[in-house]
Ligand binder design. Structure first.
Ligand SMILES: [Zn+2]
Length: 275
C-alpha cells in the first residue's frame, strides 16, 4: 500500500525543471504536492492592477494539472501575493497604503480561484526583513485581509513571515476573522510555531523538534525551481527522503501527523482516499 507523502510548500517553473522536478519527487516516494505560485516579478510581471496577477495564478494552475497527471495522489495550487511585493511597489513610488491596496485586490483575485476553482489555500504574510513602521502596518493589513478571505471562502492561509516560534497575535486575528487558527500555516517553520500550524522546512533538526513536540505539523521543501538559484533551499526529493528518515528514527506517529492528520485538519483533504 502506498503511504501518502505531502510536500506542503514548493514552487514550480514551467521554463525550468517544472514537471521533471515532480517526477523526481514521485520517484522518491512523494504522492501529493501543494504548489505555491511564484512571486509575480519572478515571472517578469510588474503588477500595477489586480488582473495582472491572473497570469501568475493561471501558470500555477496549469502546472498543478500537469503535476497531478504524474503523481499517484494529486497536486493543489496555493495562490496569493508575496509579501515582499510591498517593498518593490514602494520602491516604484507607491505609498505603503496604496501598495497594500493593490496587494489586497490581488488576494481578492486569488480568492476567486479558491471559491470557484482548485486552490485549497491562499498565501499572504509580511516581510521577513526589517521595514519602516508604515510598511509593517500596511503589511499586517494585507495579512488580515488574507485571513478574512480565507474565512469567507472556507480555505486555509499559508503565511510567509519573519522567522519566529510564535504567531499567537496572528492566531487572535484569525479567530476574530472567523478562521480557525489551525488553518493558518506558518511556512518555513523551524519545528514549532505557537498559535498556528507549522509547515516545517525539512531539515533533520527542525523535523526532530517537530516530531518530539507531538503537535500537528506539515513538511515542506520551499523548492524554488529557480534557474538563477539552483540548489537554493531544498530539492524536490527531500520530503520523501526525510519521511523515510523519520521512520528509521522511530517517529512513525509523526509521519502520520505530517502526511495524514494535519493535512486533513488544515485543508480538509483525505490523503489516503486521494491516493
Ligand atoms: Zn516559497
Amino acid at each position: 500500500m502506498t503511504e501518502p507523502v505531502l510536500d506542503n510548500h514548493c514552487h514550480l517553473t514551467a521554463d525550468n525543471r517544472g514537471i521533471e522536478a515532480v517526477k523526481d519527487f514521485q520517484r522518491s516516494g512523494g504522492t501529493h504536492l501543494l504548489v505555491v505560485n511564484q512571486p509575480s516579478w519572478k515571472l517578469g510581471i510588474e503588477a500595477d492592477e489586480p488582473n495582472d496577477f491572473r497570469a501568475v495564478f493561471d501558470e500555477t494552475v496549469d502546472l498543478v494539472e500537469r503535476a497531478s497527471d504524474v503523481l499517484p495522489g494529486q497536486a493543489w495550487p496555493v495562490l496569493g501575493v508575496h509579501p515582499a511585493l510591498i517593498s518593490r511597489l514602494v520602491d516604484r513610488g507607491h505609498s505603503p497604503d496604496d501598495a497594500a491596496e493593490l496587494m489586497m485586490d490581488g488576494l481578492d483575485v486569488a480568492a476567486e480561484y479558491a471559491a470557484d476553482g482548485p486552490a485549497i489555500a491562499l498565501k499572504s504574510g509580511r516581510p521577513h526583513y526589517d521595514v519602516a513602521a508604515a510598511v509593517w502596518e500596511a503589511s499586517n493589513a494585507v495579512l488580515r485581509h488574507g485571513l478574512t478571505l480565507a474565512a469567507e471562502t472556507g480555505v486555509a492561509l499559508q503565511l510567509h513571515t519573519e522567522s519566529t516560534e510564535s504567531l499567537e497575535e496572528v492566531a487572535d486575528w484569525a479567530e476574530a476573522a472567523g478562521l480557525p487558527p489551525e488553518r493558518v500555516v506558518k511556512h518555513y517553520a523551524n519545528g514549532r510555531c505557537a498559535g498556528v500550524t507549522p509547515s516545517v522546512i525539512s531539515r533533520k533538526e527542525a523535523l526532530r523538534t517537530a516530531a518530539e513536540s507531538e503537535y500537528p505539523f506539515l513538511m515542506e521543501t520551499d523548492y524554488l525551481d529557480d534557474p538563477d538559484r539552483p540548489g537554493a533551499v531544498l530539492g524536490p526529493k527531500t520530503v520523501p527522503r526525510r519521511t523515510k528518515w523519520l521512520r528509521e528514527e522511530g517517529y512513525e506517529s509523526a509521519v502520520h501527523t505530517a502526511h495524514v492528520e494535519t493535512p486533513e485538519r488544515v485543508y480538509g483533504i483525505d490523503m489516503q482516499a486521494s491516493l
